[in-house]
Design a protein around this ligand. Structure first.
Ligand code: HEM
Ligand SMILES: *[C@@H]1O[C@H](CO)[C@@H](O)[C@H](O)[C@H]1NC(C)=O
Ligand SMILES: *[C@@H]1O[C@H](CO)[C@@H](O)[C@H](O)[C@H]1NC(C)=O
Ligand SMILES: *[C@@H]1O[C@H](CO)[C@@H](O)[C@H](O)[C@H]1NC(C)=O
Length: 478
């Protein structure tokens, strides 16, 4: 009896110690195909089957998915056992064919933090504002009387990409080498292949396209940060110097520039698109944001100073943006287990994480789309993050306990987004300029938001399938 009991204990103990494992039907590949097609649907299916922690096999790797937001801190705050850089380096190699010295990531991040805060951020805020103004003006002339039609996603992404490129990397309009439009065209092709590069699932002809687009982009970015004439920001100059000091050759430097182009430009345009799209398809939200902005623009006229590039309180806008990001920001927060670790969940359960496995948080499913936290989570409600008195609402609950993380579009912890303030300010300036200086409306007043492109779950901001046709003209043209 004691013997049997020991066996029982052993089996019980093992299965208790590790999260439930789901290997999938296909050997080695495991769940890779389902994962790539629609990761959110797949993870939801696993959640129904196994609960809020489980381990799946994907291309030979075991990935433990954790979906309890109360337990996220145990992962985010243990950078000793759960390493950010290793998986980041795998992706850098796959997407950018980039290898950098091991400590380079940490160094360049520290430098970046300095360049996107304080006085440096103020300077970036106003350069960005200038570039946005100029690009919008070039799109629609003051005396243009007719509507122009365009897809809202194209409109937002191209404008913000070009403004961001000019602000950070330099370059000038109509210069063959560095024209932002040329860079954008190439970048879009690259962006379309990005998820497949990350999963190593390019078809042979796509691989050729990817390589030639990469090469063009490396060439276009070659002048960035090299000379004073490049017009690059102090950050890009400093980054170039850092790479040179580390002995990185020129080819690798340009690859690193492309990685930075992606990490600084890949999410802002899509985020602005979703926000503007939700505003246009939710008239009461648009009215509320317009009202807040018009108060600011009245202050601007009376004081004579532009307020949108400095500190202004915009609680309605902030809530409208946070709600848009809740619905459309879907990054995986992935860490590699470099030391065996016991994961203590908030409810007292304990699980063993094996060295070599990966841990993945997917805040999109919970907290962001969790019906226990957000009533009717599929619906856009611009004032979800506002209290009755008009200030920001920050108390949200799950299982009766207040949540530290109720949305996570920027990640969190030591590896959270470095550019968050800059990104928010950019989107705010863009939406402000578009709504105060232009008439912008849906071509079809009854149009709905386009569907989400399901292949991009896990890669930051989602993108639409298709587009939302809009038309615009300068406001003062009659
Ligand atoms: C709407 C726009 C943006 C979104 C939604 C976003 C989202 C994120 C997320 C989720 C992470 C964390 C990844 C992780 O923990 O694994 C991250 C990291 C990062 N973001 Fe952003 N980001 C945005 C814009 C920007 C901009 C404009 C910049 C640069 C100025 C930037 C620079 C970075 C950097 C450098 C990191 C890496 C931090 C590290 O190495 O630990 N991001 N971002
Ligand atoms: C730049 O924009 C951010 C985001 O709106 C804001 O918080 C910050 O105060 C601005 N920085 C300066 C120094 O103007
Ligand atoms: C720009 O490109 C065009 C055609 O590709 C070429 O004729 C022209 O000389 C180039 N200009 C500069 C400044 O390089
Ligand atoms: C969805 O995204 C993928 C990857 O970016 C892209 O290849 C595909 O064309 C997109 N599909 C649609 C319908 O936009």
């Amino acid at each position: 009896f004691i013997y049997l009991f020991a066996i029982y204990l052993f089996i019980y103990f093992r299965s208790k110690r590790e999260p439930p494992v789901d290997k999938g039907m296909i050997p080695w590949l495991g769940h890779a195909l389902e994962f790539g097609k629609d990761a959110s649907k797949f993870i939801n299916r696993m959640k129904v089957k196994h609960g809020d922690i489980f381990t799946v096999r994907v291309v030979g790797r075991y990935v433990t998915v954790l979906l309890d937001p109360h337990s996220y801190d145990t992962v985010l705050e243990d950078s000793g056992s759960l390493d950010f850089a290793r998986y980041a380096q795998v992706l850098m190699e796959r997407i950018f064919r980039l290898q950098l010295p091991h400590n380079q990531l940490a160094k360049s991040k520290e430098m970046m933090k300095r360049h996107f805060a304080g006085m440096n951020l103020a300077a970036l805020n106003s350069t960005m504002s200038r570039n946005l103004h100029a690009l919008l003006k070039a799109k629609a002339h003051r005396n243009q009387k007719d509507w122009k039609e365009e897809g809202l996603f194209d409109f937002s992404y191209s404008l913000l990409f070009k403004a961001g490129y000019l602000t950070l990397f330099g370059g000038e309009q109509n210069n063959n080498r560095t024209d932002p439009s040329t860079v954008y065209e190439e970048y879009k092709k690259f962006d379309g292949l990005l998820t497949k590069m990350a999963r190593s699932t390019l078809k042979p002809e796509e691989k050729k396209t990817a390589q030639s687009v990469q090469k063009k982009l490396w060439e276009l970015l070659a002048p960035a940060g090299l000379t004073d004439e490049s017009g690059s920001s102090p950050w890009v100059h400093a980054y170039r110097r850092l790479l040179q000091e580390d002995g990185t050759d020129e080819e690798m430097q340009n690859r690193a520039m492309l990685m930075q182009l992606w990490s600084t430009q890949g999410n802002v345009g899509p985020a602005a698109f979703w926000l503007l799209g939700y505003l246009l398809t939710n008239p009461e939200a648009l009215v509320a944001v317009r009202r807040e902005f018009s108060q600011i623009s009245q202050m601007e006229t009376t004081t004579g100073t532009p307020l949108m590039d400095s500190q202004v309180n915009t609680p309605v806008f902030d809530s409208a943006l946070e709600e848009a990001l809740r619905l459309t920001a879907a990054p995986f927060i992935t860490r590699e287990v470099v030391r065996e670790k016991i994961l203590y969940m908030a409810d007292g359960r304990q699980y063993l994480l094996r060295k070599g496995d990966r841990v993945c948080l997917f805040p999109y499913i919970s907290p962001q789309m969790d019906p226990e936290i957000f009533h009717e989570p599929q619906k856009y409600k611009y004032d979800r993050f506002l209290k009755q008195d008009g200030s920001a609402k920050k108390d949200f609950y799950k299982g009766g306990r207040r949540l530290k993380y109720y949305t996570m579009p920027w990640g969190a912890g030591t590896n959270g987004c470095v550019g968050k303030q800059f990104a928010i300010n950019t989107i705010r300036q863009f939406v402000y300029m578009v709504l105060t200086n232009y008439d912008l409306e849906l071509c079809d007043p009854n149009a709905q938001m386009p569907e989400i492109n399901a292949s991009r779950y896990g890669f930051g901001m989602l993108q639409p399938e298709g587009d939302l046709p809009v038309r615009y003209k300068p406001r003062n043209a009659h």
